[in-house]
Ligand binder design. Structure first.
Ligand SMILES: [Zn+2]
Length: 314
């Protein structure tokens, strides 16, 4: 069941956590967690060389060895801008792929449940251009036309991702679907970043910037969110994309079979954790349906541990 109102909440505040996952604040900014729904992937592929006897304690597999994953979109309202990070799988999957992934194409309904209109989004950021991160950049219509889902937004992705996708390599061509980005590049609606442009100015808007964390792909971007806290302090969140896809992946060595360069992934995770843990960043996960946001700490064995952020419902 998708809908339903909690009688404890007034009707004007739909409390549909299946669609709109929740919200929180980071300094002066409001963060809303929406979702394109869940999908299923092979548990072995999600945990690489980690034995199933270990990972299945954290996330159980079904009879076909698949685990449930989320497709989380974060919307940041800074006051000056409404920034949407990541757009799920979308509605362009073939029937066969949809059958495999069991994805549900819920992002438009999720945004509506959260009271967010596509027209009010000013910026869209894709951490990378795999099919499960940029699917709703565009919408496929019954007549075959593909149009931008967020007509007034400027879209941002790393140029290296586009170039890699266009190579259509044996290893990962199924992950790169050009209708998710080529129409936006051709129309001029997507800005392609590169290492030099990011070095000069990593900001997408004031308070929101990108940083490359290679490993999963060579040009994957994390999105940093910085807002003023009390007494001159700073509040931080980071959408870490597929460098750490779920809260079950916070151990640096628990990398994915999908990662193009697992050794780099481990090093980059350590680099990220060395900042995120002591500075108490709120870490935002793409693929953790149950935990879109968490704070990390080290347990008594020195291993990272994720504590889910309790989300405010509507
Ligand atoms: Zn992904």
């Amino acid at each position: 069941m998708l809908g339903g109102m909690d009688s404890a909440h007034p009707a004007s505040r739909p409390r549909d956590l299946a669609l709109a996952r929740g919200r929180t604040v980071v300094g002066d900014y409001e963060l809303t967690f929406c979702s394109d729904g869940t999908y299923l992937l092979d548990g072995g592929a999600m945990f690489g060389v980690v034995p199933k006897t270990l990972w299945q304690k954290r996330t159980p597999a079904d009879a076909e060895n698949r685990i449930l994953l989320g497709l989380n979109t974060t919307i940041v309202r800074t006051g000056a801008a409404t920034v949407l990070i990541e757009t799920g799988i979308g509605n362009k999957q073939s029937e066969k792929m949809q059958q495999i992934h069991q994805n549900r194409a819920l992002l438009p309904a999720s945004l509506a449940a959260a009271g967010i209109r596509p027209e009010e989004i000013t910026h869209v950021i894709n951490t990378h251009l795999h099919f499960d991160h940029c699917g709703w950049n565009t919408t496929l219509h019954p007549d075959g036309a593909v149009t931008p889902t967020f007509p007034n937004a400027r879209y941002f992705a790393h140029r290296g991702e586009v170039e890699h996708g266009h190579l259509q390599l044996d290893r990962d061509r199924v992950s790169y679907l050009s209708p998710n980005y080529d129409p936006l590049i051709e129309s001029g609606q997507m800005t392609l970043l590169d290492d030099e442009s990011i070095r000069r100015d990593p900001a997408i808007v004031q308070g929101i910037s990108v940083e490359r964390f290679p490993g999963h792909t060579a040009h994957m971007l994390a999105v940093h969110i910085r807002s003023a806290g009390p007494q001159g302090s700073e509040r931080r969140a980071c959408y870490i994309g597929d460098l750490i896809p779920t809260a079950h992946h916070v151990d640096p060595t628990w990398v994915m079979g999908y990662d193009l360069d697992p050794v780099t992934c481990i090093a980059e995770r350590k680099r990220f954790l060395a900042e995120a843990i002591p500075r108490q960043w709120l870490v935002l996960f793409t693929h953790d349906h149950h935990t879109p946001a968490a704070r990390l700490s080290l347990n008594d064995k020195g291993r990272p541990n994720a504590a889910a952020l309790p989300l405010e419902p509507w």
